[in-house]
Design a protein around this ligand. Sequence first.
Ligand code: NAD
Length: 491
Amino acid sequence: MTTNLMMNYWNGEWHRPAGSDLLDVLNPATQEVLGEVPLSRADAVAQAAEAAQAALPGWRRMPPNDRAQYLYHMKRLLEEHRDELARLISMECGKTLDESRGEILRAIENVEVASGIPTLLQGKISEDIAPGIDEIMLRHPVGVCAIIAPFNFPGMIPFWFLPYALACGNPVIVKPSERVPLTMQRVVQIMEDLKLPKGVLNLVNGSKDAVDGILDHPAIRAVSFVGSTPVAKYIYSRAAANGKRAQCQGGAKNPVVILPDADMESATRIIADSAFGCAGQRCLAVSTAITVGEAERPFTESITDAALQRTVGYGLDEGVQMGPVITPASKTRIEGLVAKALADGAEMVVDGRGAAIPGFEKGNFIRPTLFSGLPMESEVASTEIFGPVLSLLQVESVEQAIELVNSGRYGNQASLFTSSGSAARKFRYEADAGNIGINIGVAAPIAYFPFSGWKESFFGDLHGQGTDAVDFFTQKKVVIERWPKEWSRKF
Ligand code: NAD
């Protein structure tokens, strides 16, 4: 029997799951059981939502400057516990310790930006929109907010939303991925030190039933989701049907274009990090590399070397550059897509399937994999693989490359490697993606920029992070005021 049972948290107290099914949480490198997570149902969500709703009046009345004090404290706590949280992330998610540390840093950056809430929350005023009449725009909290997170950044993604929602005066319910619940469990334990008013920060573990409970509960007014496109679409439409505000980030298939004038050595290093870092399980991982003209031969040679040289192993071991993928099912799915690409006409360049890592034979490891020449008609060409697999394509001009970039269903990220300013500007202008990288492999926006995403990579209007988050987590109230007659006389 495992003793590490995930609990739910609402009204400032931990609650043992009652009557929920339990799921094992497994270390993807070893299959060791790290804990058990309850698959909570709508009744648990309802209790969290009621606690959050009860906390709303007090929390929204607290001056923003006082709410910011909690965020300063939150930043200190995340910094103090950064290594501990990074180890947890590596254990349950598989990534390397450096990757996990970087993830917590990104979470901290969002807390820092949200700490500017006294300024971010300011409204506006126009005097004398008519004689003696003034108009004011104020921002009020939207109400109880829910965050539904994916498995691949258990420590960072909730923080694209959480600090802003709180700073704007909203109580929050976090629903982590059931595959990686340990990190947020520990985060909420650590955050108890903040002594937030009861009901302001809540945690409900679970999967689809808990999500449906969130989507249907009338007290929950806004939903922030990150995950795969089919689920993003489902959540966006059901939330909207229930009158909620929703921002839903979906899947991706990110192209990178390499021009012959690129610095091949650094381009290869950066693209290899993008494609194979976090075992390719990043929504901004490059998955298709399009070489233009003479870039083909040098890039293919150097990326092949980079793929072969990458050290694969347990994320907590020294010197490891790439960990396992999340589940055995994920490994099977990824290897199946590679097989299908070959069956559809692609040529294998580096085959990373069937990887056996000494000491970690049960792990879900796939080594970096490269194939080339996948016909665009193949279903694999438009399917998100979400593993350490890079497809190599060749075209003859920047125009053809941009056409290929824009032919995809997704629009999360597109990157270009070049030393030409005019090619860079053309690409920035014409590529249909929400996040553009010029000589950047993972174009992850810093916290004071919106984390964008277009096409099937995003459903909604306002993105996570920065001022978009403040707009999302507030509703605008416009007040028009007329005062005594002598102030309103006509001149
Ligand atoms: P997922 O869609 O399987 O799960 C995400 C969340 O939705 C989890 O909390 C899960 O419990 C819940 N969920 C799963 N199935 C559901 C259903 N049928 N109904 C209701 N809720 C459901 O995604 P994942 O596998 O955890 O994460 C990987 C995906 O997330 C990839 O597609 C990746 O591209 C995407 N992602 C996107 C971004 C971005 O910024 N666009 C960032 C990170 C990850």
